[in-house]
Ligand binder design. Sequence first.
Ligand SMILES: *[C@@H]1O[C@H](CO)[C@@H](O)[C@H](O)[C@H]1NC(C)=O
Ligand SMILES: *[C@@H]1O[C@H](CO)[C@@H](O)[C@H](O)[C@H]1NC(C)=O
Ligand SMILES: *[C@@H]1O[C@H](CO)[C@@H](O)[C@H](O)[C@H]1NC(C)=O
Ligand SMILES: *[C@@H]1O[C@H](CO)[C@@H](O)[C@H](O)[C@H]1NC(C)=O
Length: 377
Amino acid sequence: MASSTSGCIIIALLVLFLITPAPVAAGHHERVLKHSSGKKPLQTERPYNIAHRGANGELPEETHAAYERAVVEGTDFLETDIISTKDGKLICFHDLTLDATTDIANHTEFKDRVRTYEVQGANVTGFFTVDFTLAEILTLGAVQRWPFRDQSYNGKYKVIIFEEYIEIALNTTDRIVGIYPEIKNPVFINQHVKWPGGKTHENIFVETLQKYGYGGKYLSEAWKQKPLFIQSFAPTALAKAATLIDSPLIFLIDDFSVPTQDTNLTFYQITTNQYFDYLVSFGVVGIGPWKDNIAIPNAENYAAPPTHLIRRAHDHGLQVHPYTFRNENQFLHFNYHQDPYQEYIYWLADLKVDGLFTDFCGSLKLYQDWAMPLKTQ
Ligand SMILES: *[C@@H]1O[C@H](CO)[C@@H](O)[C@H](O)[C@H]1NC(C)=O
Ligand SMILES: *[C@@H]1O[C@H](CO)[C@@H](O)[C@H](O)[C@H]1NC(C)=O
Ligand SMILES: *[C@@H]1O[C@H](CO)[C@@H](O)[C@H](O)[C@H]1NC(C)=O
Ligand SMILES: *[C@@H]1O[C@H](CO)[C@@H](O)[C@H](O)[C@H]1NC(C)=O
């Protein structure tokens, strides 16, 4: 990403030169460079701060409030998971079931809606979004997933649709904020939801992005105006998306032992150099690995030295955006002395990854502003 910086500055200066009658101030680093939108550009000189499900360490995940908070806290990208309702509406929601992050348990009018379906080889029981219309889902309140996080916002916010999430990013006034939506569980969604004309989850997902003018290769001018990474754990969904839009794609990597939903292979089997070559060939620009695949924790909760995954990905020109960074002791390995900054130092300064998915984008922003301040903003 360092090499992109000078190009970004040159283009931004050119834009200033073309639109500004007054001469550009000498010493080009001290002034704020603005895109033609009038907003400060996305920073591209240090690893990306990716607000995993919004600022969900503080507010119920994937709600409008969680995304607004992430914008205020200075994240580079708003991250989300896109699945479907029964009536084919795309919503921002992580789980296939409503049980863990809504108050559906208290909505007795839906008590006969519990179902058991096979999901990636396991039977799962619960209230599935694919058995509810959007109007029904909008009667629910979002709740905090983890008992040790702030419960005081439970029931105050609703589930949001994909379009509202996009508008939150586009409606920022002072700076450009990117989006990082996931084509989530496409195999399951396509089994349970049918769209007119034989369209699939992938089609509707990409059409929604195109409706808002998204598109363009990584670091192109179009991309910088509306920065977007499309992510998925399903390589077939990324390959399908690549036939519909030229946006950069990120291949997510689950626990290595987990079978993928759409190939007959485990994640371990599709992280070979040969598979990386294949991914690069159709527009994948990075991987989003579970961090415990790279620095594997032992039974005493100490993370081991890293595997060769980061080096191999970088050798293929692939960025590495590991997930998920969380401030709480419940998630921090003992190597980091219960200090999330120590964990950032290890991953950003030592392992040199290119972005982090974090539940606490505000903490990561403060760390980055302290340890790696931006030259251009
Ligand atoms: C359900 O209702 C009970 C009793 O009013 C309340 O204590 C609980 O927090 C509610 N659960 C959810 C998930 O909203
Ligand atoms: C799921 O449940 C069905 C019905 O009980 C059973 O036939 C099937 O084998 C189960 N699948 C798995 C993966 O356990
Ligand atoms: C974004 O701004 C447009 C135009 O002002 C407005 O219609 C829309 O409701 C806003 N969306 C969100 C999610 O705030
Ligand atoms: C997975 O294996 C099954 C059984 O051998 C086969 O029918 C199916 O086509 C395979 N799927 C893929 C995506 O290769």
